[in-house]
Design a binder for this molecule. Structure first.
Ligand code: DXP
Ligand SMILES: NCC(=O)COP(=O)(O)O
Length: 245
């Protein structure tokens, strides 16, 4: 069964909604690791809508499992990655206007540029994963640029409108996973996975790691609300510094 990389972007989304200091993704990463996360994933977007540079710097020092830095294939991000040296980098496509990552990275269409970035990162010992759709040509191109990993974009599977469509998307992922492993790539997957749809993807032969964020942070907000309200009632009633852990 694959390991779990917990994406903590949406802890930062809540913080940035108020431009304040809580909740801190660095603290969330510690708690996620204590709960069994095998890795921590953050997406440092060019528009800095959630994760900030400060977060990545601190996470580099505090993460005890492995830190996966998702980033666009730009010179700015390359500079940050070379400086911070995460445990691995996942190159992802990015559009300012999108609500979340909409598709896989087009390796075929920018093979020279991606190859150059993969080389630069790997020359200083940073393994690279490419976030792609499970299309044969994109997988072949990922082999050509010598990436170690791909991360299969599971968004279309997650958004399937009915069971037939879901099975079709799962079959595409299964085929892609098999093709990639045969070609020597290591395979991760993620995007839009939830408690309800994760198992069939986790069960794909050879799948190494699933990166999951939004559904975990959503659930954390709900399962944590009872305690949070109780603690606020306590803080209102007792005139002392509330000792939150
Ligand atoms: C590439 C990818 O799938 C993740 O980056 C995920 O989408 C989280 O990033 P956002 O929360 O910014 O969409
Ligand atoms: N690369 C996918 C990821 O990190 C998490 O995506 P999501 O679970 O927040 O959709």
């Amino acid at each position: 069964m694959p390991t779990l990389g917990v994406n903590i972007d949406h802890i930062a989304t809540i913080r940035q909604a108020r431009r304040t200091v809580e909740p801190d993704p660095v603290a969330a990463a510690v708690l996620a690791e204590l709960a069994g996360a095998d890795g921590i994933t953050v997406h440092l977007r060019e528009d800095r809508r959630h994760i900030q540079d400060r977060d990545v710097l601190l996470l580099r020092q505090t993460v005890r499992s492995h830190l996966n830095l998702e980033m666009a294939a730009t010179d700015e991000m390359l500079g940050i990655a070379l400086n911070i040296k995460p445990d691995y980098v996942t190159l992802v496509p990015e559009k300012r206007e999108e609500v979340t990552t909409e598709g896989g990275l087009d390796i075929v269409g920018q093979i020279a540029r991606i190859g150059e970035i993969v080389d630069k990162l790997q020359s200083v010992g940073i393994p690279v994963s490419l976030f792609i759709d499970a299309q044969p040509a994109q997988i072949e191109a990922s082999v050509k640029v010598k990436a170690q990993f791909i991360e299969l974009h599971t968004g279309q599977y997650a958004e399937a409108k009915n069971e037939t469509n879901r099975q079709q998307e799962l079959a595409i992922l299964a085929k892609g996973c098999e093709q990639a492993i045969k070609a020597g790539l290591r395979v991760n997957a993620g995007h839009g996975l939830t408690y309800w749809n994760v198992y069939p993807v986790a069960a794909l032969p050879g799948m190494e790691e699933l990166n999951i964020g939004h559904t975990i942070i959503s659930r954390a907000a709900l399962v944590g609300i009872e305690r949070a309200v109780r603690e606020m009632k306590q803080a209102i009633t007792v005139n002392s510094n509330h000792n939150l852990d």
